[in-house]
Design a protein around this ligand. Structure first.
Ligand code: 5GP
Length: 206
């Protein structure tokens, strides 16, 4: 990718960690930002809207986008394809915005490989495995089978928590939101490699 003036904030964590609630809570308090809406082949859930929560597409459409290199990154999560389109991310970064991704651990690795110098990553987790199970069951949007697979996945994802810059334990939504606000504001200050080089050149002014 070309030189960017914006920054990236990656949020990962098991479904049920409260990522969406946290993003909604801090969105208006962290300056100009762009939430990246992913494309997925997962079936739409009750209460979700195409173009708001995800772009819901068929597997055939998704594979066409892969061929046309439309994705910054994509991965198979819980048996479905999920991907981040490059174009809106590029536009938001050039406009100096903080681009927020809600993506899994594979996505975090891919984004760090491509945009690592301007990326800050946060892993959000419920305090315990039993609390995660309780939240997933209360959400009642998924079958028991799906819940079991999400729990298995969560255990695997937790193994990679050390790959993240920050961990937020979401026990109390207000406290977790305060932490996320601080991290998002700090993420903007991160200088890209290009900006550091430019600065170094200008700094030696005598
Ligand atoms: P859910 O189906 O519960 O909305 O999301 C399942 C998982 O897919 C979550 O961990 C979420 O962060 C991840 N995810 C959503 N969009 C993307 C994406 O574009 N890329 C990747 N790698 N993961 C995603």
């Amino acid at each position: 990718m070309n030189r960017q003036s914006g920054a990236v904030l990656v949020l990962s964590g098991p479904s049920g960690a409260g990522k969406s609630s946290l993003i909604n809570k801090v969105y208006d308090d962290i300056g100009e930002c762009h939430f990246s809406i992913s494309t997925t082949t997962r079936p739409i859930r009750v209460g979700e809207e195409h173009g708001v929560h995800y772009y819901f597409v068929s597997e055939e459409e998704f594979k066409k986008d892969i061929e046309q290199e439309c994705f910054l990154e994509y991965a198979i999560v819980h048996g479905n394809y999920y991907g981040t389109s490059i174009k809106p991310v590029k536009e938001a970064l050039s406009a100096g915005k903080l681009v927020i991704f809600d993506i899994d651990v594979q996505g975090n690795t891919a984004v760090n490989n491509r945009l690592g110098d301007i990326t800050t990553s946060v892993f959000i987790t419920p305090p315990t495995l039993s609390e995660l199970k309780r939240r997933l069951e209360n959400r009642s949007t998924d079958s028991m089978e799906v819940i079991e697979s999400r729990i298995k996945m969560a255990k695997r994802e937790m193994q990679r928590i050390s790959e993240y810059d920050y961990v937020i334990v979401n026990e109390n939504l207000d406290k977790a939101a305060d932490l996320l606000k601080l991290i998002a504001i700090t993420a903007r200050i991160k200088m890209s490699n290009v900006e550091i080089n430019d600065f170094m050149l200008k700094w030696e002014d005598i």
